[in-house]
Design a protein around this ligand. Structure first.
Ligand code: ZN
Length: 155
């Protein structure tokens, strides 16, 4: 686990809320860090230690980036403030989605840049980041989140 007060990271920089969940690739895109079984092509997020497919006897999985695009499968809107472990500041009601990503699995994530009153199942989503809070060292602490996008655009 990263030390968020690490002196090498200047105030104002963006840091992930946890290591190994997502990364920003060289082309500026956000991707989830997951696992893939080379034998049966099962994908996992968060990363798995081994393949959990009962019909597969592979013992190792490889690290893959996934989840750049998906569709909204289900969602709920949270109107209560989450416990302290899950910090958001400033806090406001937000949506949590179950997103079916293009690799075929479903991932729970915050929804970003959405109108809570007009969310629709099957909305095309792209992976983005959402600022949760500013830590004691002045870093913007980010998590991954899915935001709607117009299909056919590169955004
Ligand atoms: Zn497998």
């Amino acid at each position: 686990m990263a030390d968020v007060t690490e002196p090498g990271v200047a105030a104002g920089h963006q840091i992930p809320v946890a290591e190994g969940l997502f990364e920003i690739t060289d082309d500026g895109q956000v991707a989830l860090v997951g696992s893939r079984c080379a034998a049966c092509d099962a994908h996992y997020f968060p990363q798995a230690l081994g393949c959990r497919n009962p019909a597969c006897d592979a013992t190792t999985v490889e690290r893959v980036l996934l989840g750049r695009r998906g569709r909204l499968h289900s969602f709920t809107v949270q109107h209560y403030q989450p416990p302290a472990l899950f910090r958001m500041s400033p806090w406001q009601p937000y949506a949590i989605g179950l997103v079916e990503i293009e690799e075929g699995l479903k991932v729970m994530a915050m929804l970003s840049d959405v109108d809570l009153e007009s969310l629709e199942i099957d909305t095309p989503l792209r992976l983005a980041t959402e600022r949760l809070y500013e830590d004691e060292a002045g870093h913007d602490v980010l998590t991954y989140a899915y935001a709607p996008y117009e299909e056919g655009t590169s955004q």
